[in-house]
Design a protein around this ligand. Structure first.
Ligand code: NCD
Length: 303
């Protein structure tokens, strides 16, 4: 039985197969409409989410399966003090597969250790968010036709943003990737990540100003400042509007650059950018459903 905790749990070849499947689902949805008939997905969300949870639920429903779960730790037995290990043992009796989001780093891994069904990490604290990364990679591969030889700028909260950490991990396995980290000093990418890049001899630069580097990017990954992971509100208020991508800044960017964002957006991309053909963050949401459908089928061994 397989779980998904980290994007690196799948080899590059396995990811290619998963993305081929996702693209086939996109083209031939009717072929997959009953693949999960009689199967149940449990969504165990101990932390707020709209898109990830609903994306999982839509994915399972599109496959003909059904969904159970909770979307708030206070409405689950966690409020009574139940451990994640006990909860997953119970859920294993009710469902065939589980997607779990938790504010604590490593929680999904603890659950996977006790689970009788595949567990998917749907975000663990500031650590990893592998299905967002699968979404990001599928979007890039579908729109650009490849996942190698890119200069990618990651902008915003690179310290607490788990989508950023997962995406860097995943992209570090492809040839010719150059990273440009764009963040205020306080929100720099963690040392363990830059150490990993140095060890693997992968080029990266760290800058503060987006305007200075935007012209050199093939991909720009914008992120929000992660308010819920700040220790004090004052720091959040000071940093929250550090980056606002607007038409003026975008004028300096390459015509083929893609703008991605895991969403939710707060202020970091002005709405005037939404109509620009380079802005693909809402298409990204749709790819998220296809890739979660492909993932459910793969982990349930239905392909
Ligand atoms: C992200 C997350 O939860 O980490 N959202 C998502 O799943 N698409 C990004 C965020 O919350 O900023």
């Amino acid at each position: 039985m397989r779980h998904l905790m980290n994007p690196l749990d799948f080899s590059v070849e396995e990811l290619d197969k998963l993305f081929d499947l996702a693209n086939d689902i996109e083209k031939n949805p009717e072929k997959y409409a009953k693949k999960c008939a009689g199967k149940k997905l449990a969504t165990c969300f101990y932390e707020p989410s709209t898109r990830t949870r609903l994306s999982f639920e839509a994915a399972m429903i599109n496959l003909g399966g059904s969904v159970i779960g909770f979307s708030d730790a206070n409405s689950s037995s966690a409020a009574k003090g139940e451990s994640v290990s006990d909860t997953i043992r119970v859920i294993s009796c009710f469902a065939d597969i589980c997607a779990m989001r938790h504010p604590k780093e490593g929680a999904a891994m603890v659950a996977a250790g006790k689970s009788k069904i595949p567990v998917i990490n749907a975000g663990d604290g500031g650590h990893q968010h592998p299905t967002q990364t699968l979404t990001d990679l599928l979007t890039i591969r579908s729109l650009k036709g490849k996942l190698d030889h890119f200069t990618i700028g990651l902008c915003g909260d690179l310290k607490f943003g788990r989508t950023v950490h997962s995406l860097i991990n995943a992209l570090s396995r492809y040839e010719g990737i150059r990273f440009v980290f764009i963040s205020p000093e306080e929100l720099r990418v963690p040392d363990y990540i830059t150490e990993m890049l140095r060890e693997k001899d992968i080029p990266y630069a760290e800058v503060i100003k987006l305007e200075e580097v935007i012209g050199a990017l093939d991909l720009l990954y914008m992120t929000r400042v992660q308010r819920e992971r700040f220790f004090n509100e004052e720091d959040y208020v000071r940093l929250k509007d550090f980056y606002i991508l607007d038409k003026k800044k975008l004028a300096k960017a390459n015509q083929n650059m893609l703008i991605l964002h895991p969403l939710p957006r707060v202020n970091e991309i002005s709405v005037e950018v939404d109509d620009d053909p380079r802005a693909v963050y809402f298409e990204q949401v749709q790819y998220g459903v296809y890739v979660r459908m492909a993932l459910i089928l793969t982990l349930l061994e239905l392909v």
